[in-house]
Design a protein around this ligand. Structure first.
Ligand code: AMP
Ligand code: ZN
Length: 492
């Protein structure tokens, strides 16, 4: 498999420290607010990567942190603690906020078919490990105490800007416009490992430490949580592209200084979801959530398909038009799968292997999910039997996780119920069934009335009027399926 590596800035062969085993680390959410669908784009693409590695035969162990302390409103160690800000906004304690938004994050993951990593560690449960790691960094002279805080000394590293392409001036910590320089730092790129002195004395969560009562910096949590759970050789580290600097840069600095050897050779970064106004972010307060998508009548899996339709290394602009066309595509795909015979049967292994190879080829090419989705259409068009097609769809969906066979089964059940109702109903009565979830009752009544009007026109042999009604329904996004004595309809 070829995967782009932000560290080497090349697309290289995926490698592991131990053959067949992948140790994978993911930066988890900062749980002071709902995850927005930009955050979730990153988690969807990481989920696809993990599942594809498993599909390819790797034994994957994946770990994720939950940031419930230490992430300040600026990634550069300045500003207020995001958790505290969230707690104040909602008149709750920091731990109540953390629990509520961690649960909300997992609920969103379930709706999007994102598998939750087997190891999930809240930062506040690892304070003793952070302290140990900072002690070792001080012993090794990679850290120093100044003004009450412990800092990492970036001047001790030969190459601090490991991800390159960074304008040192632009990225330097603490010197941006509107941000005060931290006088206690020896170098402007140094960062805090442990705070005892911050401008915010009302910091709610504090722990005892050899350097006084305080709290950890944000970056140390991922290094320590990864090292403790996945060992000293990590294969793959993931996150959104905004994490590359300073967060991942600082993780590498601390971990390698602590270990004394290279730590993680492969870095997978997902580009941002943007709105027409720019990057979607929690701090701006302007963001879309999974619940909002549902309120607007979109199945969360339509958003998953929307993300899979573009490459993870390109920024993706969210639009409602894009969501509408993806919704139509999803419904059509599901309808075509529902039309396959559900009968079990022997698998045509030649066709199965050839189509599976096409899917693998797309995914092996730096996770080309858009092409992998088109492999689903290749399956539907292929000259093979329906049992083989269904087996292939199930196989690809182990990675894509679009819930295709389950959604198709729902459509089949609804169609069968409509047909049964038509058979049972008296001759004259037309059975009208809506196959789309979430359509409001006013629209349902309007569509149903038009469908009945059209049936009457057909009965009176006024085909022009019947066609005109069909066109009117089409303009409303309604497609019809006629059966004997029944009409079922879908709406985008
Ligand atoms: P946070 O909860 O802010 O710690 O972020 C959680 C994850 O979402 C991190 O991997 C971020 O890099 C990522 N992320 C933040 N904003 C976006 C965005 N607009 N699009 C995609 N990923 C994002
Ligand atoms: Zn992290």
């Amino acid at each position: 498999m070829k995967l782009y590596n932000t560290l080497t800035r090349t697309r290289g062969e995926f490698i592991t420290h131990e053959p067949g085993k992948v140790k994978m680390y993911t930066c988890g959410p900062t749980v002071y607010h709902f995850a927005h669908i930009g955050n979730l784009r990153t988690y969807i693409m990481e989920d696809v990567l993990e599942k594809y590695l498993r599909w390819s035969g790797y034994d994957v162990t994946r770990c994720m942190n939950i940031t419930d302390v230490g992430h300040l409103t600026s990634d550069a160690d300045t500003g207020e603690d995001k958790m505290l800000k969230g707690a104040r906004r909602e008149h709750k304690t920091v731990m109540e906020i953390a629990k509520f938004y961690t649960d909300a994050f997992f609920a969103d993951c379930r709706k999007l078919n994102i598998k939750i990593p087997e190891i999930v560690v809240p930062a506040t449960s690892y304070i003793d490990k952070f302290i140990h790691m900072i002690e070792v960094l001080l012993e090794k002279d990679y850290a120093y105490l100044s003004g009450g805080n412990v800092y990492f000394d970036t001047s001790k590293l030969e190459n601090y800007y490991v991800f390159g392409n960074q304008e040192a001036e632009d990225l330097a910590v603490g010197v941006r416009e509107g941000v005060e320089a931290d006088e206690a730092k020896r170098n402007k790129t140094d960062f805090v490992l442990w705070f005892t002195k911050s401008k915010f004395e009302d910091q709610e969560l504090k722990w005892d430490s050899p350097w006084g009562v305080g709290y950890p910096g944000w970056h140390i949590e991922c290094s320590a949580i990864s090292l403790w759970n996945l060992g000293e050789y990590l294969d793959l580290h993931c996150g959104g592209i905004d994490n590359a600097f300073p967060h991942h840069t600082n993780e590498i600095a601390q971990s390698e200084a602590y270990l004394g050897h290279p730590w993680c050779p492969q870095w997978f970064h997902v580009l941002h979801l943007n709105t027409s106004a720019g990057k979607m972010s929690k701090s701006s307060g302007e963001f879309l959530t999974v619940s909002l998508l549902e309120e607007r009548g979109y199945d969360p899996l339509v958003y998953r398909l929307f993300c899979l339709g573009s490459h993870y290394r390109k920024s993706l602009v969210f639009s409602w038009e894009g969501m509408d066309s993806t919704k139509t595509a999803y419904q059509k795909l599901v309808s075509r799968i529902a039309a396959l015979s559900p009968e079990e049967g022997a698998i045509d292994t030649e066709a199965f292997d050839a189509l599976r190879a096409r899917f693998a080829e797309a995914m092996d090419n730096d996770l080309n999910t858009a092409l992998a989705v088109t492999a689903l259409y290749d399956v539907l068009k292929a000259k093979t039997d329906d049992a083989t097609k269904r087996a292939l769809i199930a196989d690809f969906d182990r990675v894509l996780s679009l819930g295709l066979l389950e959604a198709a089964e729902k459509v089949r059940i609804a169609q069968k119920a409509a047909a049964d109702a038509a058979k049972a109903a008296p001759d004259a009565e037309l059975v009208v069934t809506c196959l789309t979830e979430g359509v409001d009752s006013a629209t349902r009544s309007e569509v149903e009335a038009l469908i009945r009007e059209r049936a009457d026109a057909k009965k009176a042999k006024d085909f022009a009027a019947a066609d005109a009604i069909r066109d009117r329904l089409a303009a409303m996004g309604v497609t019809l399926k006629d059966a004997k004595g029944a009409v079922s309809w879908e709406k985008i």
